[in-house]
Design a protein around this ligand. Sequence first.
Ligand SMILES: Cc1ncc(COP(=O)(O)O)c(C=O)c1O
Length: 394
Amino acid sequence: MGSCGMLARRALLTDTPVMVQIQELIRGVKDCVSLAQGVVYWQPPKPALQKVQELVWEPSVSRYGADEGLPELREALMKKLRHENKLHKSSVMVTAGANQAFVNIVLTLCDAGDSVIMFAPYYFNSYMSFQMTGVTDILVGPGDPKTLHPDADWLEKTLLDTKPTPKLVTVVNPGNPSGTYIPEPLLQRISDLCRDAGCWLVVDNTYEYFMYDGRKHVCVEGDHIVNLFSFSKAYGMMGWRVGYIAYPSEVEGFAAQLLKVQDNIPICASIISQRLALHSLEMGPEWVTDQVKNLVKNRELLLDALSPLGQDAVKGGEGAIYLWAKLPHQYHDDFEVVRWLARKHGVVLIPGCSSGCPGYVRISFGGLVEDQCRVASERLKRGLQQLVNEGMVP
Ligand SMILES: Cc1ncc(COP(=O)(O)O)c(C=O)c1O
């Protein structure tokens, strides 16, 4: 047809996925190391992989399963939610990853034209999920310049002043792209503001186990709160596509409406993936925290690599797998800097513009083993020294 005239405005007006652009950039550069994608370097627990290897011949693996998820997995997750997350009044739906969980929730809770709230720097896929479902009135609140914590005073005022009241507030804790952890009192205040305004709060806990320097991850619960989780990073299961939603059991109709969405997107999450999730879960949270411990050295290496930008330029990294850094002020076009670092220095980052913050970059420290991370850090440090001292020399 040769024109976009017949394509949905919903899709056309949705941002281009940054990871797709970055993958293209990587393909065009010889010998490139990536600090871009939010991944971990480990595979799922070996005993769990061995168990599912034996399951491929089982007929149930090739059939559809219950929309909500395998009963055994849901039961194990309910136990985990109660013991680890102190969520006692939540029901569970298993999804094909936390991103699909988020889309399910937007379709269940929001109508096209509703306004919603996120905080900068935001998780780009959540932003795109709003855009592509017609929720285009996305209010982006500021983070505290020092801590990057969501500005709760701004939230209070915005919830009071915006008519009709925004439908949903969402945060990622600890954060993507910043790696900032929202401490419990602040998360509780955000929750109270949402409850008082009659607004949903959706918390993405994808990185619940990725906490550093003695911090402990905490969830909040209420009839206005939905918590999202993922197996992708914790158990090295990115490609298996398993996540889950913990939604309030006592809200009438929630389960029934959520089920409609689920039945029309994946029907159910992949059965063999759910079996792997179940066996991975049996390894206990210690298995995950043992892997996560190894990332501390990576973070240290990358903090050193970022030092040419100056100490105040680097934030986050309290949790998740990310550091967040401000480029020197003349580099508002962060994508240009990302391309230059890739082509000239063989190291790839994510530009901050994809999270609503041009002039910044996200650095992921989860995807490389220490030796590779050391190589990436050396390249990044050299690149940033050159950027600061000489500019983007060809
Ligand atoms: C905050 C956050 N939510 C969700 C996802 C996607 O997770 P999943 O693989 O479970 O869809 C990611 C992946 O980077 C993420 O960082």
